[in-house]
Design a protein around this ligand. Structure first.
Ligand SMILES: [Zn+2]
Length: 64
C-alpha cells in the first residue's frame, strides 16, 4: 500500500508486519496492539508507521 514514509520523505509501498515482526515490535515498544503498523518496503528503509500516523513513535523505528 502506497503511503508517505517519514524517513524516505516520499510515498512508498508499505506492507503489513509478519507474526515475528509484530512480536519484535511489541517487545520493542511495550505496545500490546501493533496490528495497525505498516513497514516501508523501499530497500534499506524498513521504517514503521501506522495507517493514520506517519510518525507514531517518539523516535523512528526501523525493523532489524
Ligand atoms: Zn521508507
Amino acid at each position: 500500500m502506497a503511503m508517505y514514509c517519514d524517513t524516505c520523505k516520499s510515498d512508498e509501498e508499505h506492507r503489513r508486519l509478519s507474526t515475528e515482526e509484530k512480536a519484535w515490535l511489541r517487545h520493542r515498544t511495550g505496545r500490546k496492539n501493533v496490528e495497525d503498523v505498516w513497514v516501508c518496503t523501499r530497500p534499506g528503509c524498513r521504517n514503521l508507521r501506522t495507517g493514520f500516523d506517519k510518525r507514531p513513535f517518539a523516535e523512528h523505528i526501523r525493523l532489524p
